[in-house]
Design a protein around this ligand. Sequence first.
Ligand code: ASP
Ligand code: MG
Length: 404
Amino acid sequence: MKIVVLKFGGTSVGSIKRINKVAEIVISYIKKKYKVIVVSSAMSGITNDLIKKSKEISQNFNKEEYDVLVSSGEQMSCSLIAGRLNHLGYNSRSWMGWQIPIITNEVHTSSRIIDIYKSKILNYIKKGGIPVVTGFQGININQRITSLGRGGSDATAIMIAKFFKAKKCVIYTDVDGVYTTDPVIYKKASKIKVISYEEMLEMASLGAKVMQPLSIQDARLNRVNINVKSSFLKKEGTLITKKKNILNNKIIRGISFTKNDAKVTLVGVKDKPGIAASIFKPFHQNLINVDMVVQNISANGKETDLTFTIKLDDLNKTVKLIKRNKSINYRNINVDKNVSKVSIVGVGMVTTPGVTYRMFSALARTNINILVISTSEIKISVLINKKNLKKSITALHKEFKLDK
Ligand code: ASP
Ligand code: MG
């Protein structure tokens, strides 16, 4: 059986007109003799609206009820898609997560899928039916409805592809693939034909919004190939696959960036063992994610400066926590809200010497000051002043020959 999973994101089912288009896409696969399993997200805006309503009821809205509420948008879009397919003479029906069932762990608001029962869906597709499955929702052993976190219908599609051993998993969205960088910021960004899971994971975690990072991790662990495509335009998309399937590995695959970071520096911190741990302990307890960290070597062996970055949203809370922290001494605290993190990502850098140098000198030639640096095996990130964002992307895009 040639099974294909087709997942449609919020904008792809954002209106009745769009849903009619989705039905056409589904039918085009049926005509090519595929057995199609459709997975849909809620119509765009619906989930946001439901979350807003929950907050209006209570700032501490019960988590179990939250999942029932926020996953309800998917019920609506799936029945509309099935209804349209019926209208066009095709045998189709909607399936809620619990009807299949899609079993998740017990965590609420960001559950993970642990099992999918296949028999009902298999029987249905064997008889020629087109199942339309709600993304984003499941059921746990307590028989409560769960949701998979924002953007979680990607995870549903990938796990269905895994359990049903699908030939393909296509993620239909409003962009026609993954780009070397955001084309809105930089016009010469080019579409990436193939990208490895590892690179995609870095790009998504670093700000590329095409897919939910956790879902990419699911795809990587389960070796599910993903095609990212537009449901609006008939164009070749981007294939996300394992490294071995990629022939011409470029040194740098793409450039990602953030616009919502803040930098904090503690000046004149006592240089003694355990000091960094005492500073970061309250952040950890308050779920504040610290990203880049640098500690300067102290000139006199007594005092040092410690700089780190966090999400701009967490800045006020972070400063409060530092001021309240009795176990640390420092002379001054400086904050900078006008920073951006720019990262170059590519598996090719593992085997290519000189990438760091090329990045730094490209920025130097354009007179861009680097504030903080951090690296991983396949990525180098620099923190810069936000006003230099476009300039740095341009310089790096050219340096690594990514222009279209
Ligand atoms: N509808 C959910 C959300 O907006 C799930 C998804 O779109 O993947 O987060
Ligand atoms: Mg989405």
